[in-house]
Structures are given as C-alpha cells and as structure tokens.
Design a protein around this ligand. Structure first.
Ligand SMILES: [Zn+2]
Length: 415
C-alpha cells in the first residue's frame, strides 16, 4: 500500500482514473482532478487529462493512473484497547504497553483504509488517555472519537468496558467527569449480549426505561451524544425513545423500532461480523450463530429500505474481530444481505462520518473537505472486493487537528 501525506503548505493536484465521491453515489466520476491547498479540497474537475497538469506548475502533482479514489472508510465501533484475542488484559495497568497496542490497532486500521474510528470504551479509559495525551502513537493514524470507560450495570455484562453502576443516582456527576476527561461521546451498555447457544436469548436489560431516561438527560446536559449497546426488545425501543445518537448491535430489533429510528434519525451500527465470527467458537452452537446473524442481515436490509441511517462498525477488539482487516468482512456480510453497493459505501463513509460528528471534514469528497482518501483498483460499485485490498491512503499532514473537532452546532447533543 502506498501511503501519502499531503503536505501542509504545498498546493497539490491529485488525479486518478476514477472517483466515487459519496455524493452522487451510483456513479463514478471519470478522470477526476482534486486541487488541494491548506490541506483542503479547493476545486474538483472531471475528465482531466494527465497532460493538463502541466498547466498548473505551482501544484505538486500526485497521479494514480489505475486507481479509483474514495473517501476514507469510517469504523463507527471499535475497542482500541482490545486486539481480538483474549490476551493482553494483564497489561491494562501499564499505559505505555497499552499505548503500543492501541498504536498497532490504529496502524492496522489505516492499512485497511479506515481513516476514522469511534472507540466504544474500555474499563480504564486507555483509548481516551492515548488520544488525549498522544502517547506512543504515530502521527499517521485515523481520527479517533473516544468514549472512555463505558456505563454499565454492576454485575451486568461489560465489566471489562466500564465499572458497573449499582444505581443511577450519581449518573450526572459520572457523565460530567467523562466530559471533563475529554470523552467525545458516552457509551452505555443497556443490555447484555446475545446467546450463541439459545436463539433469541439476550442478557439484561441493565436499566429500566426511567433509569435510561435519566442517563440520556445527563448526557444531554453535558452536550455529549450517546452510543448505546442495546439488544432485544423492549430495550431497543426504550433507548430510542430516550433520544440517542446511535444504537449499537441491535440484535433482535423489530420493525416498529426500525420505523422509530427512521423517524427520529437515530443511527444504527449493526456490527454483524462479531457474531458471524463466533461460528467456530467452541462454546457456540453454529446453527444458532447462523440463524442469529442471518436474521440480523434481513433487518439491516429492511432498515436500509425504510431509510434508517446505517453506519458500518466492526466491534474490532471483540473475540476474533481484528482491527482493520475485519472491516471487509463486515462489508461482505452487508453485501450478502442484498444491500445495494452504493448504500454500503455510503454507510462506510458519509453516514459513518456523520455518526462520529466529523461530516464537516470527511465522509465525502467535496470542496471544503479534507483530502482523507483511499485508492482502490477497479470499480467499487461493481464489487465490494475492491475494498479488500487498499492500494493507497492519502492523509493531510495536519489531519489529527480534526480529531479534537467538536460535534459542533446542532450536531452536538443527543440527536
Ligand atoms: Zn463493542
């Protein structure tokens, strides 16, 4: 893979064979030319012949004769402090060792074309600390939106993601403390996980409807969006009615909740691969795993048809779900669900950027946005396999400045 940093004080002209800009999602732009200054896209042309570059001697010309450019991919659900194996938890108290692991996970993401990630938490807030203190990580990493420790129920599922609460009396102070620590969003585990042996069985719920509304209110007061792990009904429906940015996983969601999400513009990050990846796990019944994720794929396809905002998230760090390379596995499953490729690409780019609150800077290739781009061989509207092998990654030199960009204006908040 070719890695190119777009210099901060040099004007660049980027040309390629084709481009999927994420705006006109069903067609490619032929022979695009992107004029870049101050690490922003200033002008876009099409049918630009390579020879015309001579007319712009003041621009540094970067040419990809055989590649199709796309906006960088966004993974809306990862755990940077976990690596997909059960190893490593003994290192949790050693921040510099953990920073190395986080850096490795981030570099793997970049090689797979993932240029922005939303971290869904870890008990010690390692990913948030690494982001805030920039310790031990290289400059060429994806943008990070970090949650810090997640909010879960004492003795409920997810104690490795956050110390559980006995009650929600101190929730306002807890969320304020996360905001002060620099959290970009609040991660809540409103339910447990799905059973791999008994179809339809889910742990939890962790909070009553009233308790969850208090959590949502505290997040709103702090101006922080909620990303909520919620499986099965009525947990999912209760969470949506409280006002959240996104439902994570959402296994055993029903049609009524999908309609509610479409109406309230609540995003869904369905994370299919972490369940599909369990098919050969010794503790799992493969028939139950298959039935569970196939039902999920049907609901994703339905969600797309009724206009739910779908964003791609892998849950990288979960057992068997490795950072970066699991992204294509998630996309393959969506394609298997019969989802049209332009819609999959949109969920992987523009909607992902919206869910991360980064849609002012990335997610589409547009004048005014950042040239955070990937290059693939072939036409991504014909097969998702083009994204299995990322040939080029382009990042603006001052890209990390956007990592601390605010959700901003009306985007900030619960919806
Ligand atoms: Zn997760």
């Amino acid at each position: 893979m070719q890695f190119i940093r777009i210099p901060e004080h040099t004007m660049c002209l980027i040309t390629a064979s084709a481009m999927w800009d994420g705006i006109n999602t069903s067609e490619l732009v032929c022979q695009p030319a992107l004029f870049i200054a101050d690490c922003r896209v200033k002008k876009i042309s099409s049918l630009f012949h390579e020879r015309q570059a001579r007319e712009y001697p003041e621009f540094k010309h970067i040419h990809f004769p055989n590649l199709t450019l796309l906006p960088g991919l966004v993974d809306a659900h990862v755990h940077l402090a976990l690596d997909g194996t059960s190893a490593g938890k003994e290192k949790w108290h050693d921040l510099s060792a953990m920073a190395e692991l986080v850096d490795q996970n981030l570099r793997q993401s970049i090689s797979s074309g993932v240029l922005a990630v939303r971290d869904a938490g870890d008990r010690l807030g390692i990913a948030l600390s690494v982001k805030q203190k920039k310790i031990g990580v290289s400059p060429d990493i994806p943008l990070i939106k970090a949650s810090g420790p997640a909010i879960t129920r004492l003795n409920g599922y997810g104690q490795f993601l956050g110390a559980g609460l006995g009650d929600v009396i101190g929730i306002s102070e807890a969320i304020t403390a996360l905001r002060i620590a620099g959290a970009d969003q609040i991660k809540v585990l409103a339910s447990g996980i799905v059973s791999m042996n008994c179809f339809g069985k889910v742990g939890g719920p962790h909070f009553s409807k009233e308790e969850f509304h208090l959590i949502a209110e505290a997040a709103r007061e702090n101006g922080l969006p909620l990303m909520v792990h919620a499986n099965s009904e009525p947990t999912i429906s209760n969470v949506i009615s409280a006002g959240v940015k996104s439902i994570e996983h959402g296994y055993f969601i029903n049609l009524s909740s999908l309609n509610q999400m479409a109406e309230t513009k609540t995003a869904w990050v369905p994370t299919v691969f972490p369940v599909a990846a369990m098919i050969n796990a010794p503790e799992a019944d493969p028939a139950v795993v298959e039935k569970t994720y196939r039902r999920h794929l049907k609901m994703i396809s339905l969600a797309q048809k009724i206009g739910v905002k779908l964003a791609v998230g892998t849950d990288a760090g979960s057992p068997g779900v490795y950072h970066g390379r699991s992204y294509i596995e998630e996309l393959r499953l969506w394609a298997k669900a019969g989802m049209p490729l332009p819609d999959i690409l949109k969920a992987a780019t523009a909607t992902g950027a919206m869910v991360l609150g980064l849609d002012q800077s990335i997610g589409t290739i547009q004048v005014g946005k950042r040239p955070a781009l990937i290059g693939v061989q072939g036409n991504p509207l014909e097969t998702i396999e083009t994204l299995a092998d990322i040939k080029a990654v382009l990042l603006p030199q001052d890209y990390q400045a956007d990592s601390h960009a605010d959700y901003g204006g009306t985007i900030r908040g619960a919806k």
